[in-house]
Design a protein around this ligand. Structure first.
Ligand SMILES: [Zn+2]
Length: 669
């Protein structure tokens, strides 16, 4: 079926010579500046060493070495996961984003910039040499399984790795103007287009792990070539067709076994139904999210009603029924997967960092598809909680799994908790999450603000600068805030077009009392918002200032009654930050602690945890002593009032290991 091209065109020039950014967002201070500094100065150098197997006592990556072997620069055998190339690709993407930030920020350290450029250059040279003459690029098959390409799309991750390399190429090109990796990506994508499709002689296949689809949309955007969008759409269209390609492939004599115990249920790969008919988020959570991103990407271009309907249904399935309060998704480690509505166990949760990153990206596309702040609300929830929890304050320790309740002594012995770590890890044998969080944090500016036609939309609050090109005229806006610790956001117009421009600002969904001031005069409240956004459209002059005032009260949260795991429990949130109890502050046996209601809350700043706001609350602690395992005399279980110290969930496990708990017994005092 031909693509319906009734909406926006890709933005790039056909020859890919250059892409001018129509909006440049620079994060200059505050919460996100610290995170980006950590990303650029600690995370990227650390991860480069990890990819080069230079971290003592860390699981070796072997990913750069695999590329060197494939490039003929080293001898040896392939090692690591079958998708090891993708770790290098995600790091390259992060470095590309970092170098774009460096280009737009004169305070970016020059030596770091030069170091990153040298590492990117080294990696790009090796990747280019590892590419086969026909454009194929995958070290597992080149080194370990020559002659077996494309014989197990379900498990082999070839298209997944290709997608990440294409995303890396786009980011490096945008960041540096160097198109060597982009040329590699174009040859790779063209090769893939020569292998897959509905024409005679091509394979009617699609990837077991989605990723190539959204990458091809980016490649179409940067090159202006529609054929990549068509190929992305082809992969989406084929998924769910019957007979299932994965079954045909497995019955083929060419089939290559990757894992003896590979998951064969098509729902795990979201291949149980055509994507337009999918309504529930099922299977592997990261795959599901990357698919949703691509569906929304294509829907943004084609506006096909069936695709838009499916995007909405899948969004609601995830966010309204299958998401933790932290923005974590994937309730079980079995298949790293969604389970069923309202099944959100706290201790056995999977909630992979990558899955929350996928949700954040899905939210970004949905906000562009359907202007409603519910998407940015969910993105914010994931970002400040379930994503940031994947990264230590120092930047060199990580979580893959993000549970909401941890008791270390149980994790040590219970097979059902074998996936739960209570110490942050210095690397993983399957290291998908660490470079994924790096590429996200390095590219936050792309997600915080959007500029379209004569409108600038601010979805997330930060301190920094927006430079936008609106209908050929410059607009410069400065933002200043201490968010998420304080709730005032100042939006100052530095330079404006002579025509009217709409400044659209999200009011956070978790706050009902936000106020908007223009040059000191209160002009709007939530009642004036359209789907959560306040739009101010006028001819702006330099010096105009919008102030968003968001009361940052401590909120006590309850889950939907259908969430059995949270029955009778409460969680504490302030602003976008979900809080938790840690043993470090509150002693062991956190299940015996309850939050007084009502409770007085006081706030403090904890410098040990990077300057976070800590909440002190009134609580009650039941005695841990009892004479027998069971008793009928309640008086034996006496306790006493106590003070509870709550820290941001994302900051847990940055001190000595101990218990942690988000959902707390509520109502006692
Ligand atoms: Zn991951």
């Amino acid at each position: 079926m031909p693509m319906q091209r009734n909406s926006r065109l890709p933005e790039g020039s056909a020859d890919g010579e250059s892409v001018e950014d129509t909006i440049i967002v620079t994060i200059e201070a505050g919460f996100w500046k610290r995170l980006q500094d950590v990303t650029f100065q600690a995370v990227l150098p650390y991860q480069w060493r990890a990819l080069n197997d230079e971290i003592p006592d860390a699981p070796p990556s072997h990913s750069i070495e695999n590329l060197r072997i494939a490039a003929g620069l080293s001898s040896g055998v392939y090692d690591g996961m079958v998708f090891q190339d993708s770790d290098v690709a995600k790091w390259l993407e992060a470095a590309g984003h970092a170098l774009r930030c460096a280009r737009n920020d004169e305070t970016f350290p020059q030596t770091l910039r030069e170091t990153l450029e040298a590492w990117v250059d080294e990696a790009v040279r090796v990747v280019a040499r590892a590419q086969a003459p026909d454009g194929y690029l995958n070290t597992y098959f080149t080194v370990a399984k020559p002659g077996r390409r494309w014989t197990n799309l379900r498990d082999a991750h070839e298209l997944y790795c290709a997608g990440h390399m294409i995303e890396a190429a786009v980011a490096v090109f945008r960041g540096t103007g160097d198109r060597r990796l982009l040329d590699v990506a174009i040859r790779l994508a063209d090769h893939i287009g020569s292998v897959f499709g509905e024409e005679d002689g091509k394979k009617p296949g699609y990837p077991g792990h989605q990723e190539i689809e959204l990458a091809l949309v980016k490649l179409a955007s940067v090159t202006g070539a529609w054929k990549y969008l068509d190929l992305a759409r082809y992969f989406l269209e084929e998924r769910g067709a019957r007979p299932c390609y994965f079954d045909l492939e497995r019955q083929s004599k060419e089939y290559t076994v990757i894992w003896d115990d590979a998951e064969t249920n098509p729902a795990y790969h979201q291949a149980h139904l055509p994507v337009r008919q999918q309504r529930d988020a099922v299977g592997h959570a990261v795959r599901a999210m990357y698919q949703c991103v691509a569906m929304a990407d294509v829907a943004l271009v084609t506006r096909e009603p069936e695709l838009v309907t499916a995007c909405h249904a899948l969004w609601e399935s995830v966010v309204d029924r299958r998401m933790y309060v932290t923005g974590g998704i994937g309730s079980t480690r079995h298949g790293e997967a969604f389970t069923t509505d309202y099944d959100l166990p706290n201790d056995t949760a999977y909630a992979e960092t990558c899955a929350s990153i996928g949700l954040f990206m899905f939210a970004d596309r949905m906000a562009r598809l359907d202007q409603d702040t519910r998407y940015a609300d969910a993105a914010e929830r994931a970002l400040y909680n379930g994503i940031l929890s994947g990264l230590s304050i120092s930047g060199d320790r990580y979580f893959y799994v993000n549970p909401l309740e941890v008791v270390p002594s149980e994790c040590d012995v219970k097979p059902s908790l074998a996936h739960v770590k209570y110490r942050r890890q210095n690397w993983y044998g399957c290291a998908c999450c660490p470079p994924n969080i790096a590429r996200l944090l390095a590219s936050l500016g792309d997600y915080f603000v959007r500029a379209e036609a004569s409108t600038v939309t601010i979805d997330h609050y930060f301190s920094g600068c927006i430079n936008a090109e609106l209908a050929g005229q410059r607009m410069e806006i400065e933002l200043a805030t201490r968010y998420p610790w304080e709730g005032e956001v100042h939006v100052l117009v530095r330079e404006a077009p002579t025509d009217s421009v709409g400044l659209v600002i999200r009011l956070p969904g978790w706050c009902e009392d936000a106020d908007v001031l223009l040059n000191g005069e209160s002009i709007a409240t939530r009642s004036a918002a359209d789907h959560g956004y306040i739009e101010l459209r006028r001819v702006w002059v330099a010096g105009d200032e919008i102030t968003l005032v968001i009361p940052m009260t401590v909120q006590v949260i309850r889950a939907h009654p259908a969430v059995r795991a949270d029955s009778g429990l409460v969680a504490v949130r302030r602003g976008p930050i979900v809080y938790c109890l840690e043993e470090q502050d509150n002693g062991p046996d956190l299940h015996l602690v309850s939050l007084a209601e009502p409770s007085a809350f006081s706030l403090d700043c904890d410098s040990e945890l990077g300057g976070v706001t800590v909440i002190t609350a009134d609580g009650y602690r039941q005695s841990a002593d009892a004479e027998t395992l069971y008793c009928h005399d309640k008086r034996q279980l006496a306790g006493q009032a106590c003070k509870l110290i709550l820290i941001p969930y994302y900051a847990w496990a940055n001190r000595e290991p101990g218990e942690m708990r988000v959902w707390i017994a509520g109502g006692s005092c």
